[in-house]
Design a binder for this molecule. Structure first.
Ligand SMILES: C[S@@+](CC[C@H](N)C(=O)[O-])C[C@H]1O[C@@H](n2cnc3c(N)ncnc32)[C@H](O)[C@@H]1O
Length: 361
């Protein structure tokens, strides 16, 4: 079966259809600049596929009965040159070969298994199902200007809200390992959007005692965070001002988070987490300059001739070494895409779970 036949079959088999998060057709052969998104929807009289044609000025939505889906897909494969299909646990990508005319063999493709699954949403109103739902009033996120008082996501915070949800989705994957209580330390927490969101998620979804501590060097930011924590979060979360290198917890630490910690602060966070014996570590590295400064052009003239290549290579190598360090320390590491790269270029997250913690639960 070719990848195209496989994609068409996925839309025809009810069990596979329900696992489709989204299919996107792009790269129109006639360069109209539009693209098409498909997703399964459950309507009153059964399952349909929702088709949204995204034009430059406006978009058009209609629902396709399953008996017509094959013809519809064949038309899309004739009109477009790229198809991306996200299932709950896999992503497929297909691309038309140069010869153009549609035939399933004229497409090549690949499939990628996802370590952190997505959840298909069969609601027809296109509202994405998030772990923190829009409309739910989370007081700390209202205070942080992410939500309005009515719980709506503020327009300028939409990408942040998406990132918050993806982060909670990733962290929630390890929570079943902690059956008694949990202490989370967020190093370089900044304004602590993610820490506060996680606190709310734990409050509403984690049935055991929990504590969160955020650490950052910015005095004013920490004062604001502590004010929000004491007024809106029953002090289940607290913040410490200072360098993360100097921070010492007052008890065992289960999870260490360091998201977009500047440059080598990510490495300090990893060192601390290892020292404290954290069972899970989540780091999303940020700007990485240290290794770049060590690499000299003459070490590999072909690769380092252009500054951008050198910088990207140094970043990648830095992350590879962090993975090696964590694995050597007895962690199983996944390298995960944090959010769509359109929202931020700082998109890689390392999720490390201590192998002994994996065995315990
Ligand atoms: C880009 S922000 C990230 C904030 C937050 N983690 C997030 O992802 O939204 C980086 C933060 O790291 C803090 N930071 C950098 N190096 C630090 C250090 N050595 N000790 C404490 N804070 C540090 C900065 O003050 C800043 O607030």
């Amino acid at each position: 079966m070719t990848i195209i036949e496989d994609i068409i079959a996925s839309f025809q088999q009810p069990e596979r259809l329900k696992k489709i998060v989204r299919a996107t057709f792009s790269g129109p052969r006639d360069a109209t600049g539009s693209k098409v998104q498909l997703k399964p929807v459950a309507l009153k009289d059964g399952m349909y596929v929702q088709r949204v044609d995204l034009g430059k000025q406006s978009s058009k939505t209609r629902h396709i009965a399953l008996e017509h889906i094959q013809g519809e897909l064949e038309e899309l494969f004739q009109t477009y040159t790229h198809c991306f299909l996200r299932l709950e646990e896999e992503e497929w990508y297909a691309e038309a070969r140069r010869d153009g005319h549609w035939k399933s063999q004229n497409w090549k493709g690949k499939k990628k298994r996802l370590k952190v699954p997505y959840t298909a949403d069969l609601a027809h109103n296109r509202k994405k199902k998030h772990l923190l739902e829009e409309g739910v009033i989370v007081p700390s996120l209202v205070a942080l200007d992410i939500l309005t008082k009515e719980g709506k996501v503020k327009a300028q915070a939409a990408a942040k809200f998406k990132q918050i949800n993806r982060f909670i989705e990733i962290v929630s994957s390890v929570l079943p390992r902690f059956q008694d209580s949990i202490t989370v330390v967020d190093l370089c927490c900044g304004k602590a959007y993610l820490t506060f969101a996680l606190e709310y998620f734990l409050r509403t979804h984690y049935p055991h005692p929990y504590r969160l501590v955020g650490v950052d060097q910015k005095t004013e930011v920490i004062a604001t965070c502590n004010h929000i924590a004491s007024t809106l979060c029953d002090n289940r979360i607290s913040f410490v001002q200072g360098s993360i290198a100097d921070f010492e917890p007052d008890g065992p630490v289960d999870i260490v988070i360091a998201l977009h910690a500047c440059d080598t602060a990510t490495d300090i966070a990893i060192e601390k987490a290892l020292l404290w014996g954290a069972k899970a570590i989540f780091v999303a590295p940020c700007c990485q300059h240290a290794l770049n400064a060590e690499l000299k052009k003459e070490m590999c003239p072909v690769l380092f001739k252009h500054g951008l290549f050198k910088e990207r290579f140094a970043s990648l190598l830095t992350d590879v070494m962090r993975v090696q360090q964590l694995e050597a320390a007895g962690y199983s590491v996944d390298v995960i895409e944090f959010v769509d790269p359109v929202h931020t270029p700082k998109n890689i997250l390392l999720r490390a779970v201590s192998v002994s913690a994996r065995e315990i639960h």
